[in-house]
Write a protein that binds this ligand. Structure first.
Ligand code: ADP
Length: 740
């Protein structure tokens, strides 16, 4: 353990409620509550009544009374003590005003275990202020504050009016125990302390405990020497001064005040929900005693402020919570109603960002990253996603010091010091992340909080409050405001709703798919039946037309032409029907995949296609032919169609050039069929593969518009891709990429 730690622990252990000393501006007498015998007395009584303190120890209270020369009725102290003993409530008697030797005093009565304590303090101070009159107005002034900040500022202002100290600060304790000056009213010549932060060690733990029961404390003059409390009793049972008004404060604290140039100090506790919320800390730069009444009025203001704090803080919290709740309700409505999840979460007036107090949120869904508010950039988000993938054990993960865990985030800690992540799908790496910025990029500390202990003048490491009070800046880096339970709760709830909606939508899509599949099958069967049934009457028409032509020599020329056209029409229709049958059959056919010798297949197709074309009219090249896996018949159909088209639509080029070749890549084998023919207008790009679609520039070429639809169907069945490049009047290349 280092010396620093020893010193600090000592500070926390210093028994400040039993210091055995009081401040010198008053004197103290404690009597046994049963016997009324004086059991403790402060040494400085001699300064007030010129009689040695020891004289009174062990004597009854009357003995003191006779020396005090209290004006008015006899036995006042005894009567007061009897009253106190019976009522047990000192508020009604405090302060008890007496006059000793023409000086007015307030007696403040408190108790400790077995003793009743009488503290005599000056009845007057240099304040010419009628507390009673103004207190009502002060309270209504304070409560007129619309928000917490004005409330605090008003309170500081009213306290300053009552006690006339040079500086009144409202000091709020943070979660980690350190304090911040959140409101301040001061004389113009003083440097402001507003916004300064004080380390937790400035007010030791046991002092805080005491502040919860004894709500005000005054140190009238830091330079006066405190007076010892004498007793005839066992030295080990010092008088408990927890409730005392004159209690001397720790020399460490006195030194602390002296370092700041403060000569007297007064503080009032502020409690919210039974816990110390903060202090009203008042400093004066000359010694200044505050009368009991003014202290009591300040205490009252402190108490009123405390209850207002509870209420206002709660109100502010509730406002925030209901804003989050409202956003969550709105969002869940969109999740239920919208067709599309990511739109529901990001595109309305309430978004995922609004169900927390985050500054930004990111939705990673369906391979897209949607950002709302202040978030890291896409590249940084990708890094965070990777990190989360290996570090996120549960569906929800959160931290308020992310850059400490993931070092690259230190470069953008102003955006992502706090992250809250909620996984939607682990397999797809889909999730939502909320971001909170660095809480305070720089806190202005009053003095160095790391160094409350300093080297004493004699060189030893003593516990001395630090001497320097210049603002010292400590960077509270990489930390955001914490994620509250409410935020986490709403995120968990929303996650369930999203998953529910995703499931529901997936089911709907599956159902639609099934129905679509059924419709396709029905359509295929229908087309197949129709086409099939058309073939018989069609061949009857053709046969009879041909018969008529052959046998009827008497037919005139126009009748012959008509019959010839009928025969040609039936041929065309036959071709169309054949193609449709091929197309519909493909819907049902299963693939029998096997390795295909492409050299062989392509040569056969070429021979078939070029038969009847003079070699000088067509340059047909077959380049490299890497083998592929697939259904041989179907792949044959694909290349027959593509090559037929290439030859057909380049037949008017002189000479026509057609080239087929394949290239095997790392994971795909890509075949291309190139011609130097008509070309395809790119505005029709997506329609070329549709059934019965033919381009405007091929009207005087034979065709049905079914071929490429068949090709597309086969290609899809093989999980391959097809596309083309073309230039009008230049030529066309179709590509098919087969997976290896
Ligand atoms: P078709 O029987 O009309 O050739 P396809 O389905 O095979 O029907 O082709 C559809 C349409 O695409 C064709 O009518 C034509 O307009 C266009 N097309 C296909 N291949 C080519 C090509 N190599 N050059 C120019 N146009 C083509």
């Amino acid at each position: 353990m280092s010396k620093y730690q020893v010193d600090l622990t000592n500070c926390d252990r210093e028994p400040i409620h039993i210091p055995g000393k009081i401040q010198a501006h008053g004197f103290l007498v404690a009597i046994n509550s049963k016997t009324f015998v004086i059991s403790y007395i402060s040494q400085n009584i001699k300064e007030f009544i010129e009689k040695d303190a020891r004289h009174f120890l062990g004597k009854p209270i009357n003995e003191l009374e006779s020396y005090l020369k209290i004006s008015g009725a006899k036995d006042q102290l005894t009567n007061l003590l009897n009253l106190a003993n019976n009522s047990k409530n000192f508020d009604s008697v405090n302060p008890y005003q007496i006059t000793i030797d023409q000086n007015s005093y307030n007696i403040i009565l408190t108790s400790s275990n077995t003793e009743l304590i009488l503290e005599f303090e000056p009845g007057t101070s240099d304040l010419n202020f009628d507390v009673q009159k103004t207190i009502g107005r002060s309270v209504s002034e304070i409560l007129s504050g619309k928000n917490l900040n004005t409330l605090l500022k008003n309170a500081a202002f009213e306290i300053k009016k009552i006690i006339s100290y040079d500086r009144v600060m409202l000091y709020k304790f943070h979660e980690d125990g350190h304090g911040e000056v959140v409101a301040e009213v001061k004389n113009d010549d003083l440097e402001p302390f507003l916004g300064l932060h004080y380390p937790a060690s400035d007010i030791p733990k046991q002092a805080r405990e005491l502040y919860k029961t004894n709500l005000t404390r005054i140190i009238a003059d830091v330079n006066s020497t405190s007076s010892a409390i004498l007793t005839f009793q066992d030295e080990n049972t010092p008088l408990d001064l927890g409730n005392s008004a004159l209690r001397a404060v720790s020399p460490v604290h006195i030194q602390y005040l002296k370092n700041m140039g403060v000569q007297s100090s007064f503080s009032i506790s502020l409690l919210a929900h039974g816990e110390l919320w903060g202090l009203i800390a008042c400093h004066n730069y000359t010694p200044r005693f505050i009368s009991y009444k003014a202290r009591d009025a300040s205490k009252l203001i402190g108490q009123i402020l405390s209850s207002a704090l509870e209420y206002r803080q709660e109100e502010e919290n509730t406002e925030n919570l209901s804003a989050l709740d409202n956003a969550a309700t709105e969002l869940s409505k969109y999740i239920k109603l919208d067709n599309e999840i990511s739109g529901a979460l990001t595109s309305h007036s309430a978004t995922i960002k609004d169900i927390t107090n985050a500054a930004g949120a990111v939705l990673v869904f369906n391979n897209t990253i949607s950002r709302i508010g202040i978030t890291p950039n896409e590249e940084q988000i990708e890094d965070i996603l990777l990190w989360l993938k290996s570090n996120m054990q549960n569906n929800i993960y959160y931290t308020n010091n992310f850059p400490e865990l993931f070092l690259p985030a230190q470069n953008y800690s102003n955006v992502a010091s706090g992250i809250l992540a909620c996984s939607l799908s682990r397999e797809l790496n889909e999730l939502i992340i909320w971001f909170k910025p660095e809480q305070l990029e720089a806190i202005t500390w009053a003095g160095n909080p790391e160094k409350p202990v300093e080297q004493a003048e004699n060189g030893s490491m003593q516990l001395l409050p630090r001497k320097s009070f210049e603002a010292w800046t400590q960077l509270v880096k990489n930390t955001s405001v914490r994620w509250s339970n409410k935020e986490i709760l709403l995120v968990v709830k929303m996650r369930e709703e999203i998953l529910d909606a995703i499931n529901r939508k997936a089911n709907e899509i599956r159902l639609l798919n099934d129905r679509l599949q059924l419709a396709y099958e029905e359509l295929d069967t229908f087309s197949y039946t129709i086409s099939h049934d058309l073939r018989t009457p069609l061949s009857t028409i053709k046969t009879y037309s041909e018969l008529l032509l052959a046998r009827n020599k008497s037919l005139d020329d126009s009748a012959k032409t008509i019959l010839t056209r009928i025969v040609a029409g039936t041929d065309k229709m036959n071709l169309l029907i054949k193609e449709i049958l091929r197309y519909t059959q493909l819907g049902k056919a299963d693939i029998e995949a096997a390795k295909i010798n492409m050299q062989l297949l392509l040569t056969e197709i070429k021979d078939e296609v070029v038969a009847g074309i003079k070699p000088e009219n067509l340059e047909f090249t077959i380049g490299k032919t890497p083998d592929i896996a697939g259904d041989k018949t179907m792949i044959g159909q694909v290349f027959t169609n593509l090559i037929n088209n290439a030859v057909k639509y380049s037949s008017r080029s002189v000479p026509a050039k057609v080239k087929v070749e394949g290239i095997a890549n790392h994971d795909e084998t890509i075949y291309s069929v190139t011609d130097n023919g008509l070309g395809i207008d790119v505005t029709y790009y997506s329609r070329v593969f549709e059934l019965f679609k033919r381009m405007d520039n091929v009207k005087d070429y034979e065709g049905t518009g079914v071929g490429l639809a068949i090709v597309k169907r086969i290609v899809e069945k093989h999980n391959a891709r097809i596309w083309f490049e073309s230039g009008l009047g230049i030529g066309t290349t179709f590509y098919i990429a087969f997976k290896n």
